[in-house]
Design a protein around this ligand. Structure first.
Ligand code: CA
Length: 553
């Protein structure tokens, strides 16, 4: 597979020379980049780079005089392939005179596998997009499979301007060879998971919302013992989670970090000073696991936490037995409408203050998702295609990629796109409807507008988002790092085994006697060392240092 990319690279290099492709300087100097509203010629000698009223460069004037068509392989979320009849892409065809045709197939299968099958064939289509694939763009791009954006900045003025304002995003999407090969899906808004508690249960027992970890423990004990659901049975589950990996974040209550970002295998944490460390061997993590084990023994944590799978919210909330969780704010607050229990109020509360006086929330939304799109080197006319992709970063492009089309999915209210009642109160969830019927909120390269989600979040969830935004409880996240071949090898050789071993040990400690944590901690550290934890952390440190160098330029 690798060999075919080398051949491909040679072929496309000579093609690029013949076609007189613009600047071959790949150092992506941002100073020579035209801003979207600028009307100055570019400095690379490739000709004028004026920006028209649509925010696209006059090198490519939309709508094109002659219609163009590109082959688009889009497979996302194991569910969707591209549908050219989606209103957003009909609108795009009107604006640009460019149409995309679908080449993805087999709906309902693994999207990443579908993408990888294309790699075997050398990415024969023009454009590739989907979710969880951008690491492959950064891996195959340097081998010649995809065009480097930095050779085409003249056709990407809106995206280039976005990167100039957001060097942290540029750092995340820069491949190890210094080039950028894809436009990512960029998220907006920080709040992700928050704390939830049955406010009506607190009322039933005459209790206050807990503000400290000790008060939280006292409330969980009361939920366990004092029949807050009033059915005469001791059937309450004080604390529960949809995933046990999220329950592990309870170590946060003892000032230990658990995950560097959303993924539960990302356990290396960045510090403010630029160094990194492994969360699961830190001293405070030992204290945290000890206390989780103690809570589990006390019956404060769901006894089925390790076996329940994803069904906890779905069963325990309408079942009137779940008391406290830490989960996604939008989907969890929606249970206030659907639980079907009189007086049900599952409200958001601020992160409990730790014994050391700290108040913080570990989980926040990653700015850059590993979703996006890239142009294959088999594409004959990348200029127009890049201009088309760039359009989604213009003001109107951002509106249609988030809200769809005026009169169909939104109306302008006081100049602001506002979803129609049909969208907000339809039979299908808002995000599903936009994705499957409208062609908005697709996992290609665009910039999310958080207000799209806020509009359909339950009022309880909105209050929670406001509370967490005001509190500013966030901590540093580990960005998705672009790894060199060597760093990637280290991680491939160590991480999975380490994660498996750490999961096995912590599960054993939580279900067993809490004192086991202290008895076995040193043996655990030694085994982590044997499994290569120091090499893993070093690889992260190198990649994170490179990231910081680009982000702080
Ligand atoms: Ca009860």
């Amino acid at each position: 597979m690798r060999k075919s990319f080398v051949l491909l690279l040679i072929a496309t290099l000579s093609m690029g020379t013949l076609a007189g492709c613009s600047s071959s300087d790949s150092s992506s100097s941002s100073s020579s980049t035209p801003a979207p509203s600028a009307s100055s010629a570019s400095s690379d000698g490739s000709g004028g780079s004026f920006v028209d009223e649509y925010g696209s460069p006059t090198g490519v004037v939309f709508p094109l005089d002659n219609a163009m068509t590109y082959r688009f392989h889009y497979h996302a979320r194991d569910m969707y392939v591209f549908d050219p009849s989606w209103p957003v892409f009909q609108e795009m065809a009107e604006i640009t005179n460019i149409s995309l045709v679908n080449t993805g197939n087999i709906v309902g299968t693994n999207s990443v596998e579908q993408f990888q099958l294309q790699a075997v064939d050398g990415f024969p289509d023009d454009l590739y997009g989907g979710n969880n694939i951008t690491t492959y763009f950064m891996e195959y791009g340097p081998d010649g499979a995809f065009y480097a954006l930095n050779d085409y900045w003249d056709y990407l003025p809106n995206f280039r301007a976005y990167l100039d304002d957001n060097p942290d995003v540029e750092a995340v999407i820069t491949a190890y060879d210094g080039n950028i090969y894809h436009i990512p899906y960029i998220q907006d808004g920080d709040t992700a998971r928050t704390w939830f508690i049955r406010m009506d249960w607190l009322d039933n027992l005459g209790l206050e919302v807990p503000t400290t970890v000790q008060e939280l423990e006292d409330v969980l004990i009361a939920f366990r013992d004092d029949d807050p659901n009033g059915n005469g049975l001791k059937d309450e589950i004080p604390y529960f989670n949809d995933k046990y990996t999220e329950m592990m974040r309870l170590v946060n209550l003892w000032d230990a970090r658990c995950y560097g970002q959303d993924a539960s295998t990302e356990r290396v944490i960045p510090r403010e000073d630029g160094t990194v460390y492994h969360a699961w061997t830190a001293d405070e993590f030992k204290t945290g696991i000890y206390n989780i084990s103690r809570w589990y023994d006390m019956g404060l944590i769901d006894k089925e936490i390790f076996t329940k799978g994803n069904a906890a919210r779905r069963e325990y909330l309408p079942g009137d037995i779940g008391g406290v969780t830490h989960e996604w704010v939008a989907s969890t607050s929606a249970y206030n409408d659907t639980a079907g229990i009189d007086g049900f109020h599952f409200g958001v509360f601020a992160p409990p203050i730790t014994e050391n006086g700290n108040q913080w929330e570990e989980h926040s939304r990653l700015k850059v998702r590993p979703d996006g799109w890239a142009v294959s080197h088999n594409c004959k006319n990348p200029e127009e295609l890049f201009a088309y992709m760039d359009y989604f970063f213009s003001d109107y492009g951002r509106i249609i990629s988030n809200y769809g089309i005026e009169g169909i999915s939104y109306e302008l209210v006081d100049g602001h796109p506002t979803f129609t009642e049909e969208v907000l109160n339809g039979d299908v969830a808002v995000n599903t409807y936009l994705e499957s019927e409208i062609g908005a909120q697709l996992k290609h390269g665009y910039w999310m507008d958080y207000d799209y989600e806020y509009q359909w979040t339950h009022e309880v969830g909105r209050a929670g988002v406001d509370l967490y935004n005001e509190g500013d409880y966030g901590v540093l996240q580990m960005p998705p790092l672009s790894m060199t071949e060597d760093q990637k090898n280290v991680i491939d050789n160590t991480r999975a085994n380490l994660v498996a071993y750490q999961d096995e040990m912590t599960m054993r400690w939580i279900m067993g006697d809490p004192d086991l944590v202290y008895a076995e901690w040193d043996t655990y550290l030694a085994e982590c060392e044997k499994l290569g934890i120091s090499q893993l952390v070093n690889a992260y440190q190198e990649a994170y240092t490179t990231y910081l160098e680009i982000a702080e330029q």
